[in-house]
Design a protein around this ligand. Structure first.
Ligand code: SF4
Ligand code: SF4
Length: 164
C-alpha cells in the first residue's frame, strides 16, 4: 500500500510495456509471408483420389449436410464408375466425417485456405476440381501416412527454440 503511493504500480505497468516493446514481433505480413499450417489442417477444400475411389457412396451417406452429390454407373467389368461427384463448400462445415468414413482412403481434407469468391456457385467443386493434382495438397487429417510426409507447422512461439 505504502509503495503504491510512490508510483510502484505505474512502474510495474511500464515494465510490462517495455518488455513487449523490445521483443521480436510474432505477427507476419500476410500474404507476402505465409505460415505452414498444421499437418492435420482441415482447409477450405477436399481432395479426391479417383484411382482409389470405388464409387461406394459411403462419403455421401456420412455427410450430415448432404453436400456430397455422387452419381455412378456400372462399368464394363461390373465396377462402379463415378459419373459425377460434387461437393458444395458453401455449405460444408469441414467436419471431416466424409474423409473418416471413406473405406478406401480416397478422400482427404485439403491444405488450401484461400477460396474467397463473390459467387456461391464457385464454391461447388466438381470431379476435376476435387481430383488429386498439382496445387492440391491432401491434409494429414485422419491420414497418418500423408501426415508423416508433411512439413512441420510454423509455431509463432516455439517454447524450445524461441521465437521464429
Ligand atoms: S467435411 Fe463434413 S460437411 Fe463437409 S462434405 Fe465432408 S461430411 Fe459433409
Ligand atoms: S467413400 Fe471413398 S471410395 Fe466411397 S465414393 Fe466416397 S470417396 Fe469414393
Amino acid at each position: 500500500m505504502k509503495f503504491e503511493r510512490y508510483g510502484l504500480g505505474i512502474a510495474k505497468g511500464l515494465m510490462v510495456t517495455l518488455k513487449h516493446l523490445f521483443r521480436r514481433p510474432i505477427t507476419v505480413q500476410y500474404p507476402e509471408e505465409r505460415l505452414v499450417v498444421s499437418r492435420r489442417f482441415r482447409g477450405n477444400e477436399l481432395v479426391w483420389d479417383p484411382g482409389r475411389c470405388t464409387g461406394c457412396g459411403t462419403c455421401a451417406k456420412s455427410c450430415p449436410q448432404g453436400e456430397i452429390e455422387l452419381v455412378t454407373s456400372r462399368g464394363e467389368g461390373g465396377d462402379w464408375v463415378v459419373e459425377r461427384l460434387e461437393i458444395d463448400l458453401g455449405h460444408c462445415m469441414f467436419c471431416g466425417l466424409c474423409v473418416e468414413s471413406c473405406p478406401f482412403d480416397a478422400l482427404f481434407m485439403g491444405m488450401a485456405y484461400e477460396r474467397s469468391t463473390y459467387r456461391r456457385g464457385e464454391l461447388i467443386l466438381d470431379k476435376e476440381a476435387l481430383s488429386l493434382g498439382p496445387g492440391r495438397q491432401p491434409s494429414g487429417y485422419f491420414r497418418p501416412e500423408v501426415e508423416a510426409q508433411l512439413p512441420r507447422q510454423t509455431l509463432l512461439v516455439d517454447r524450445k527454440e524461441g521465437y521464429i
